[in-house]
Write a protein that binds this ligand. Structure first.
Ligand code: FE2
Length: 231
């Protein structure tokens, strides 16, 4: 019998260190900038929200990877780094910048095989690709599906409702905002490829629909807004 080679090269301790690195990197990106730069009062522009989103995506992506037979370590590592540059780089280059940070980190910490580093960096670099997800390597696809899923469901609804406050809208606009979460959910369903991600998307859309129905039932004059057509 030959020596068994571990396919998954990242220890739990190494993951915890990466998580801390990503957390501190995001916090520093916000601290170092000049005042009045970006709208940090928008929750999704804050370091705290971004880190939380990254943890959600890492958890979802790892689950999808396990079910779909992708490398969990590649997927989870890529998920941790995917938005690391989001607060310091422009949207259209944040994926590329994130891949560069991931490469530097992985080359300097531990003894990861080049093939592992390359797979992680590819997933991070490609994660904002807007085309067909079947064009992507499996691990990148798991990450992208998880990224889409975090914007729908209860969490996506909370974000939209927070946004209403920041935009000084009245609570009577709630139905319209929740309707937008449903639209995002339909968009997510049309893009995800794996059965695992699709069933999570359906479950999350169902929760948003319930919330919308409860809202219409409880609030006088809350106009029902036509939900998008479910394919
Ligand atoms: Fe993301």
């Amino acid at each position: 019998m030959g020596v068994e080679i571990r396919e998954e090269p990242v220890s739990e301790e190494a993951f915890a260190e990466m998580e801390q690195f990503v957390h501190d990197y995001l916090a520093a990106s916000v601290e170092n900038e000049e005042e009045g730069g970006r709208m940090r009062w928008y929750p999704w522009h804050s370091a705290e929200y971004r880190f939380n989103h990254i943890l959600n995506v890492a958890k979802l992506a790892t689950h999808i990877a396990r079910k779909e037979g992708a490398s969990e370590d590649v997927t989870r590592t890529a998920a941790l780094f995917h938005d690391i540059a989001k607060l310091e780089a422009d949207q259209d280059v944040h994926a590329e910048a994130g891949a560069e940070i991931a490469r530097q980190y992985l080359e300097a910490h531990g003894d990861y095989p080049e093939s592992f580093i390359e797979q992680v960096c590819t997933a991070v670099r490609e994660h904002s690709y807007q085309g067909d997800l079947t064009d992507m390597p499996l691990e990148a696809r798991c990450l992208m599906e998880a990224d889409l899923l975090d914007k729908v469901g209860a969490n996506g609804t909370v974000l939209m409702l927070l946004r209403m406050g920041y935009e000084s809208r009245t609570h009577m606009d709630a139905n319209e905002m929740v309707g937008r979460v449903l639209e995002r959910g339909e968009d997510a369903i049309s893009r995800v490829v794996s059965d695992t991600a699709e069933s999570i998307a359906h479950q999350r859309i169902k929760r948003v629909r319930w919330f919308k129905e409860w809202l219409e039932a409880e609030v006088a004059d809350m106009e029902p807004v036509e939900p998008p057509i479910d394919e």
